[in-house]
Design a protein around this ligand. Structure first.
Ligand code: NAP
Length: 241
């Protein structure tokens, strides 16, 4: 039976590219999304037309009860995922002096809380099976900090700490936990940014593509990455070394 891969925030952008790539790698993919039903369904159709297997799962990663409810039912029905990619994320940018408590909370609850809410229900089957891959999508902002993104940088740095701790907790069960930290990647999230200006800050001189991030996730999710855990892999064109 081919392994199941759960990808959160897979209707658009980086998550969509990761889900498509893992499907091409031979996984049955659970395509999570928040509101973009048409986009998620079109990805499922794309994957199935290409001979793969995918299911769309709508839930809000910031809502722990909803995550547990949906994922426990799916695990009961199909078995636990072998690969979990915690990718769903949002920004609510602004200087901290102007930031509302709500903007702080929403970003932390989605980006960092979402990791806990989604990974927790999937852990037990992985530990029992003594195999699994957990990959969190952080950001260069979590490694270096970024002005105007105190909430986002905190959530993305938190993911790195959480993954290193979890990697140590479950290494004995042969489940690996790694982080992929992209720089600027062309998606809806960065569509309003001054691209040409920002590309000058990148040693490789351009934004990355979602497929380039997906290729790194595919490697970390694969058999050959079995001796890599607790690591942070930057996909950032040299922005942060
Ligand atoms: P995007 O194009 O804005 O897509 C975000 C995805 O997350 C969508 O599929 C969205 O679903 C989903 N999502 C948002 N909130 C959700 C929630 N509460 N529950 C479930 N799904 C939710 O973003 P992206 O650029 O692909 O970013 C993906 C990840 O990479 C994020 O964690 C982001 O922080 C990180 N990242 C991005 C960049 C970049 O330059 N793009 C750089 C570094 C890190 P709907 O379509 O249903 O709304």
């Amino acid at each position: 039976m081919s392994p199941i891969a759960l990808v959160t925030g897979a209707s658009r952008g980086i998550g969509r590219a990761i889900a498509a790539r893992l499907a091409r790698d031979g996984c049955r993919v659970w395509v999570n999304y928040a509101g973009s039903t048409d986009a998620a369904q079109s990805l499922v159709a794309e994957i199935t037309q290409a001979g793969g297997s995918a299911r769309a799962l709508q839930f809000n990663v910031a809502d722990g009860e909803q995550c547990a409810h949906v994922l426990e039912a799916m695990i009961e029905e199909e078995g636990g995922p072998e690969i979990v990619v915690s990718n769903a994320g949002i920004t609510k940018d602004g200087l901290m002096a102007m930031m509302s408590a709500n903007e702080w909370r929403q970003v932390i609850e989605t980006n960092l809380g979402g990791f806990f809410n989604v990974v927790k229900p999937c852990l037990r089957p992985m530990l029992r099976r003594r195999s699994g891959r957990i990959i969190a999508i952080s950001s260069v902002s979590g490694e270096a900090g970024n002005a105007g993104q105190v909430n986002y940088s905190a959530s993305k740095a938190g993911l790195i700490g959480a993954c290193k701790a979890l990697a140590k907790e479950i290494a004995s069960r042969k489940v690996t936990v790694n982080v992929v930290a992209p720089g600027f990647v062309e998606t809806d999230m960065v569509k309003d940014l001054p691209k040409e200006e920002l590309a000058k800050q990148v040693p490789l001189g351009r934004f990355g593509t979602a497929d380039e991030v997906a290729a790194a996730v595919s490697f970390l999710a694969g058999r050959e990455a079995g001796y890599i855990t607790g690591q942070v892999l930057g996909i950032n064109g040299g922005m942060y070394m």
